[in-house]
Design a protein around this ligand. Structure first.
Ligand SMILES: *[C@@H]1O[C@H](CO)[C@@H](O)[C@H](O)[C@H]1NC(C)=O
Length: 336
């Protein structure tokens, strides 16, 4: 089936997750050469530090990260590599470049990205991020001691680097900071209940997984309220909807019904959720609504809260990786 290819691609990624997120892996990147002065220095500060060895690293560790292009690298010098950082939904990522030694020749550079990039697509989608894409990517090259500090807008950030010359590299520090109002959330491979809220603002927020997922609504308060519903009785266009949605119930296909605020459930092949296939869009208010679980057979699954700013929207969804039995009954299947 078409999506199996995507699952395979993402599968590589989730195995990186599994490896890098396991607590017993913490000590794996122990220093190979304690005589290195930079390593000794960082050691004295009693921060955890990590040597970047793989071209694609996915991690939730904090502390110092250190990379030096070495003949032992499994990729050609000058290949674009990435340190993919992911943390709890309610945290953002602080990145401090400490030392950059990456010659600008032959495309050498280090970039800090506000979000993740995979195959040219970005999370969060440029559509759902308050900053234009150019402002989310900050690049440097040359050789200097710096103290550039970057703060991500969500629980995912990326350091992309291309170091064409052996022996060159960089060091940086990563710290995870509380975020009282999370909007976009990237999910690593665990089952969990996620809360989406617009905090009363005109803004779109999403929870995105890197695996095909089964999603169920836990509770919802999105869009029209009791008062609004009454006021809409005078509008013939909404007559049908008001009749169909007694208080405390969920309305389906709200997007088609031209509601301003709704929760989309769907999936996409790539990280950019702008072109996602939507399985359903729901609105209304209910606790533990009796809706069936939806399975999205796509490499990327997204629950997206669209808010006009007129309502204080709130949704809790339960997300778990889809099993084979779920996938055979999927609500949405992504083309390759
Ligand atoms: C939110 O998404 C909707 C539909 O996708 C779009 O029309 C609207 O402009 C978006 N709002 C913001 C603030 O980006």
């Amino acid at each position: 089936m078409n999506w199996t290819l995507l699952v395979a691609v993402i599968g590589c990624c989730s195995s990186c997750f599994a490896a890098s997120l396991l607590p017993h892996e913490q000590g794996k990147n122990a220093p190979s050469s304690p005589a290195d002065p930079i390593l000794q220095q960082t050691r004295q500060r009693r921060d955890a530090y990590n040597i970047i060895e793989d071209c694609m690293t996915v991690t939730s560790k904090d502390g110092h990260f250190y990379y030096k292009a070495s003949p032992k690298d499994e990729v050609e010098p000058g290949t674009t590599c990435g340190l993919y950082l992911i943390t709890d939904p309610e945290r953002i990522i602080e990145i401090e470049l400490i030392h950059v030694d990456v010659s600008c020749e032959n495309g050498g550079l280090i970039s800090v990205v506000d979000g993740w990039e995979l195959n040219g697509e970005f999370f969060p989608s440029p559509e759902d991020h308050h900053l234009p894409l150019e402002q989310r990517i900050k690049s440097e090259c040359g050789s200097h001691q710096t103290s550039s500090r970057y703060l991500s807008s969500q629980n995912a950030a990326l350091i992309q680097y291309r170091v064409p010359r052996l022996g060159q590299g960089f060091s940086l520090r990563v710290n995870y900071v509380k975020n009282p109002q999370p909007c976009n959330i990237l999910v690593e491979g665990t089952s969990y209940v996620y809360t989406l809220s617009n905090h009363g603002r005109r803004l779109n927020c999403s929870v995105t997984t890197l695996f095909p997922a089964s999603i169920s609504l836990v509770s919802l308060d999105v869009g029209f309220t009791e008062q609004r519903r009454l006021s809409r009785l005078s509008s013939p266009r909404h007559h049908l909807i008001t009749h169909r949605s007694p208080p405390g119930e969920i309305v389906h296909n709200c997007e088609e019904k031209e509601m301003s605020d709704f929760l989309q459930i769907g999936g996409s092949s790539g990280l950019d959720t702008a072109n996602m296939l939507v399985s359903d869009s729901v609105c209304g208010a209910a606790r533990e609504p009796k809706t069936t679980e939806e399975t999205i057979a796509c490499g990327i699954t997204t629950v997206r809260l669209v808010s006009s700013g007129r309502h204080r929207n709130w949704a809790q969804v339960s997300i778990r990786p889809a099993e084979d039995e779920d996938l055979s009954l999927a609500n949405v299947m992504c083309p390759a």
